[in-house]
Design a protein around this ligand. Sequence first.
Ligand SMILES: NC(=O)c1ccc[n+]([C@@H]2O[C@H](COP(=O)([O-])OP(=O)(O)OC[C@H]3O[C@@H](n4cnc5c(N)ncnc54)[C@H](OP(=O)(O)O)[C@@H]3O)[C@@H](O)[C@H]2O)c1
Length: 354
Amino acid sequence: MAGKIRASIIGGSGYTGGELLRLLLMHPQVEVRSVSSEKSKGTPVTKVHPNLRSMTSLEFVEAAKIDSDVDVLFLCTPHGASVKLVEQYLQRGMKIVDLSADFRLHNSAEYPVWYGHPHPRPELLSKFVYGMPELHREEIRKAQYVASPGCLATSAILALAPVVAAGLVDTEHIVVDSKIGSSAGGASGDASTHHPERAGTVRAYKPTGHRHTGEIEQELSGLIGGRRVVVSLSPHAIELVRGIFSTAHCFLVKSGLKDVDMWKTYRSFYKDSPFIRLVKEKEGIHRYPEPKLVMGTNFCDIGFELDAHAPRLVVMSAIDNLVKGSGGQAIQSMNLMFGLDEKTGLWFPGMHPV
Ligand SMILES: NC(=O)c1ccc[n+]([C@@H]2O[C@H](COP(=O)([O-])OP(=O)(O)OC[C@H]3O[C@@H](n4cnc5c(N)ncnc54)[C@H](OP(=O)(O)O)[C@@H]3O)[C@@H](O)[C@H]2O)c1
């Protein structure tokens, strides 16, 4: 493109919108034109996102007044709101990246299963590409509309994709146990996020039936020609603000596999994926992935261990739910949609110590 990519954000007062804004303001090829909030319209965005002081003089506008003469529109709105908002922008020619779950599942019959109601506009689902560059890089490059993945789904899919694609594990018996920080629940909060209740917690909040299971199974099944994949996902709220740590337990269908085979499988699957780091060290205190080490970054760190006592492979992944799990991954897709290097504006390390 000749000039900078003009971008607007609907739902910019929330946690994903704030993180997206932090990253877009530093992106060398992007100009943020407007950011919406109904509750905070007319106030500087830095009132809600004080970390952005001196970085922007933008004020929130209501969604109906965002600058829609843009090249890309990000929707950082709750599930159910995006599908209502998107309608009016579909004919305007801009690209759209939706961070909600409204367009992630390709099969409308899956929405009642995971979201408890039929999809209100099933005919729109086929217009959206699932925005995970590691799996759909070429489709995203050509996409007009992208549905950015869920945060838990991102950590699980990236951990499992190489071994599922390689046919190494029993795809009907995969167990994913995830630990997740409080920002995954958004900025509005409720009794469960009240500090005395949330602090110090280790709480199973959806031991079965978590919504992201649908998109995890969809994406893993897509790697093996649509064959059935069953994932049992159990997330736990723990004492973190940002971060997801997922432990996937897989059962091997091939015997005699060694570490070297696993390294080869992961290295070859992710050879063109700069944000995947394989972490498996023989010594030291950071031998496996840790959310702390990816905090604020777009990296997904992945490690594994073959169980010497059972035909089990344990795969661990760590992401920041607000970056690789939402805002960062959305920008990674945007980069591809506009023909940029996918690392643009996202290529920086985390902090240590944090
Ligand atoms: N948090 C995560 O880790 C994460 C990760 C991946 C994906 N997601 C998904 O991303 C979306 C946003 O999540 P979040 O955590 O940022 O939520 P959030 O903190 O609750 O923010 C929601 C935002 O949407 C706006 N909004 C709500 N209803 C609206 C409507 N009807 N019209 C226009 N704007 C509306 C709110 O604006 P007001 O100021 O007016 O309230 C706010 O800016 C959700 O769909 C979520 O599932 C979240």
